[in-house]
Design a protein around this ligand. Structure first.
Ligand SMILES: Cc1cc2nc3c(=O)[nH]c(=O)nc-3n(C[C@H](O)[C@H](O)[C@H](O)COP(=O)(O)OP(=O)(O)OC[C@H]3O[C@@H](n4cnc5c(N)ncnc54)[C@H](O)[C@@H]3O)c2cc1C
Length: 458
């Protein structure tokens, strides 16, 4: 790589973090942001790093997956974590911020950084290497990437590897299921199959349908007009088409004989392995816009799921993201164009903190490319590394994910449930420290980071 300047497109959470990390490692950064010339349907302010919805960065406890991710980012000199700590508002066990102060805090530090030039301009194409003056490009335009750039990205990845909607079904922890009720079977196959099946009799099925019909749904945003793919309809939309629709769709019982009685049930909810270790299962065809509270209440009516713990709940919204396993290397470089890195929600993670974390990694690697160093990948037993594993491990049906302990490598020995979060944090932070030393990764200086930031010993 010959160029010294890194071009970053998108001045949101990931773009600002990437800019800070790269500039802090001695690189010149051009940060292109389309606001205020153009706004996505969810962005309203002129500031950088705008939080478009909730003001919460979720759990603060470093023994939770998202708390651990935040702690790792602090240790990597994250600008946005410093902003969050400096502008926090009381929110119980969550880290929540004053969104305007947060955005202003970040904007002021990015705008005044001598190595960062902010250009208020919409990018409508992916810059060629010449246009980027031979330097790396980081694409961080988020889930609502503007239409011309999204088309250019679809042309680059191949249309089938860029999604515009995110229709996700809930994921449930395997150890929260009742195995006296659920049984293994694949349709029409003899013997134990790859799926877990939750059988329902007629009465249970009708009660379930009535519960879905009466449930509270999340109101659609203006720009989330319900144009669903026929093969990916939300459960509540299927139920609205008639009480039998689910029984002839995702809850079809045929070919799924229950070994306990040798019979087919009236209806079946199928659960598909979400990871190789089979610690998590995806509810097949249960993408939904029911509120989170209603999903937990109603899906626990499903036989075998009365005590289900959900590691992710279902949702459907507009979301532009690449098919990570096909498009990305574990360094966030594109497989077919290593000078192009993809960060933030566009890379296939979900959530403010996760998007920022992928900006942080892209910023480190953009700087390493400029300096002629090999790009790096965090170890898989860290929260950052677990997210990268999710983005790049081959899978049939890639879907974005929040950080959660299900993405981490399994423990090699049994650990009581209550102690697992603490053990994860201990292993991850030690692994991160070792990685920093091994790769000689320096940490960009944070001039006015509040002392309160670190919550665990180094
Ligand atoms: C409506 C909505 C609500 C969400 N609510 C939450 C929530 O409550 N909690 C949560 O954790 N996550 C939420 N998310 C998911 C996600 O965490 C956020 O979208 C997050 O802001 C993603 O960070 P990012 O940096 O990838 O993108 P963004 O923060 O969206 O930043 C992208 C930036 O790129 C700019 N841009 C876009 N196209 C171009 C272009 N062509 N040229 C130049 N600039 C461009 C945009 O103006 C924007 O400033 C939500 C997403 C959406 C769409």
């Amino acid at each position: 790589m010959t160029g010294k300047t890194i071009t970053i497109i998108g001045g949101g959470l990931a773009g600002c973090e990437a800019a800070w990390q790269a500039a802090g490692r001695g690189c010149e950064v051009r940060l292109l942001e389309m606001k205020p010339r153009a706004f996505s349907p969810a962005h309203h302010s002129e500031g950088l790093a705008e939080l478009v919805c909730s003001n919460s960065l979720r759990a603060a406890d470093p023994h939770s997956a998202v708390g651990l991710l935040k702690e790792e980012m602090r240790r990597l000199g994250s600008l946005l974590m410093a902003a969050a700590d400096a502008t926090a508002v009381p929110a119980g066990r969550a880290l929540a911020v004053d969104r305007d102060l947060f955005s202003n805090w970040v904007t002021a530090r990015i705008a005044s950084h001598p190595a960062i030039t902010v250009v208020r301009q919409e990018s409508i194409t992916i810059p060629t290497p010449d246009e980027a003056q031979g330097g790396p490009i980081i694409l961080a335009t988020g889930p609502l990437t503007s239409a011309p750039l999204a088309s250019a990205l679809a042309a680059f990845t191949g249309g089938e590897h860029l999604a515009f909607y995110d229709a996700i079904a809930p994921i449930v922890a395997a150890d929260s299921l009742d195995y006296d009720i659920v049984y293994s079977a694949s349709r029409w196959e003899d013997g134990p199959g790859d799926y877990l099946n939750c059988p329902m009799d007629r009465e249970q099925y009708l009660a379930f349908i009535a519960a879905v019909e009466g449930a509270a749904k999340v109101a659609l945003k203006e720009f989330e007009e319900p144009r669903y793919f026929e093969g990916c309809l939300p459960v509540e939309v299927m139920v609205a088409r008639g009480p039998e629709t689910l029984r002839f769709g995702p809850m079809k019982p045929v070919g799924l004989r229950d070994p306990k009685n040798g019979r087919e049930a009236y209806a079946v909810v199928q659960l598909r392995k979400e990871n190789l270790e089979a610690t998590q299962y995806n509810m097949v065809g249960f993408q939904t816009k029911l509120t989170y509270g209603e999903q937990q209440r109603i899906f626990r009516l499903i036989p075998g799921m009365a005590r289900a713990e959900f590691t992710r709940l279902g949702s459907i919204h507009r979301n532009t993201f690449v098919n990570g396993p096909k498009v990305l290397l574990p360094t966030l470089q594109c497989r077919t164009r290593p000078d192009l890195l993809i960060a933030g929600q566009l890379s296939g993670v979900e959530g403010y903190v996760e998007s920022t974390a992928m900006g942080l990694l892209a910023g480190i690697n953009g700087a390493r490319l400029v300096r002629g160093e090999l790009p790096v990948t965090p170890p898989p037993d860290t929260a950052m590394g677990a997210l990268v594993s999710h983005l790049t491990l081959e899978t049939k049906n890639f879907q974005p994910s929040n950080v959660n302990f299900g993405l981490f490598p399994p423990f090699t020995h049994k650990i009581p449930k209550k102690l697992r979060g603490g053990k994860r944090a201990e292993v991850a932070l030690a692994s991160l420290a070792h990685w920093l030393r091994e790769k000689h990764l320096e940490i960009p200086e944070l001039p006015d980071h509040p002392a309160a930031a670190g919550t665990l010993p180094a």
